[in-house]
Ligand binder design. Structure first.
Ligand SMILES: [Zn+2]
Length: 335
């Protein structure tokens, strides 16, 4: 799956990057009724030997600071100072970006992150299968060829989100510690740690190959800011140094804080007024926010079940059963 032979050309589809060069091209995804859907990307083939790193933004097309940092990296990365190969895809979900859509896109309304399947499903009438076609092509042509991945996200248009990195523990201790070290060296203070759970009695699923991945959440609420984009840019360079793909040591704070995320849901619909914002530290039993119906009455208060930090505050327009907050609990400091 991973081509370790030192070839003189790094090629994805028909885009060819000679050693020591940086080349811009397009990933061809599929034909739409009116045109060929393509996604811009850049290849960097460094002069020294090293791994293949994928840096992508925009699985959700209205989360802007990751893509902004990626664009700055595309502009500044110098193949003569790189060991290995870098694939840069600043905006995977270009339809969502173009049409300013949250989570999904206007062609088929699906969230791309749920569309990484082995084959594009066949269906009858209804919306097209754009998200499946995009995810399957992006996986086959790009993700599956990388050994490491930075997956740049942020709060979407309706999300107030704590800026930090994230990774998932899969239950393989050796790999999980390497993954945490990669997240730590990205160089941000907060690390969201998910634990992959296997359901009891579920049939064992064959695990498909995934590169070792660190995600980022940078900013949110539909804004793009140079300070956050520059933090992303610095984190990408830190990762290149961590992987020995560049000279130098990652520049990071002395201590990072790791937390485990969980959601709080509402039981009533209405207008959600939050008393707290992303990054606020909270105590068990704090009243975090209230839901009012459109007669003005408080119909529900959202109470903190644990101590922690507010990782996400979501939309003020609540449907019964919606998520209100994501909380980070069990905060621990690591060197
Ligand atoms: Zn996202």
């Amino acid at each position: 799956m991973i081509d370790r032979l030192l070839s003189k050309i790094f090629k994805i589809q028909n885009v060819e990057c000679p050693i020591g060069q940086k080349v811009h091209g397009f990933l061809t995804v599929h034909e739409t009724p009116a045109y060929v859907h393509q996604v811009p990307f850049t290849l960097v083939y460094g002069v020294g030997e090293g791994p293949i790193l994928l840096i992508n933004g925009g699985e959700h097309g209205s989360e802007y600071n990751g893509p902004a940092g990626c664009l700055k990296l595309i502009d500044t990365i110098d193949p003569s100072k790189i060991n290995g190969k870098v694939i840069l895809v600043p905006m995977v979900n270009t339809l969502a970006f173009e049409y300013r859509w949250m989570h999904g896109n206007p062609a088929d309304y699906r969230d791309l992150t749920g569309c990484y399947v082995d084959e594009v499903p066949k269906g009858g009438s209804g919306p097209p299968k754009h998200s499946y076609q995009l995810a399957v092509t992006f996986y086959k042509e790009i993700i599956s060829k990388a050994e490491y991945r930075l997956n740049l996200h942020g709060g979407d248009i309706e999300e107030d989100l704590l800026t930090g990195t994230m990774y998932t523990r899969i239950g393989d201790e050796a790999r999980d510690s390497l993954n945490l070290a990669m997240a730590r060296d990205f160089g941000w203070e907060w690390i969201r740690e998910s634990i992959r759970r296997t359901q009891a009695n579920a049939p064992p699923r064959p695990q498909r190959y995934m590169p070792m991945t660190v995600g980022t959440e940078a900013g949110g609420m539909g804004r793009c800011q140079s300070d956050l984009a520059d933090m992303v840019l610095k984190g990408c360079f830190n990762t290149l140094k961590h992987l020995k793909m560049m000279d130098g040591e990652p520049d990071k704070p002395k201590i990072a804080k790791v937390f485990n995320p969980y959601h709080i849901y509402c039981s009533r619909g209405g207008l959600f007024i939050s008393h707290v914002k992303a990054g606020d530290l909270i105590k068990e039993r704090d009243v975090l926010g209230e839901v009012r119906n459109l007669n003005g009455k408080i119909v529900e208060e959202i109470i903190a079940p644990t101590d922690g930090i507010i990782h996400m505050v979501t939309s003020p327009a609540l449907w019964e059963g919606d998520v209100t907050y994501e909380i980070g609990k069990d905060i621990r400091e690591i060197e």
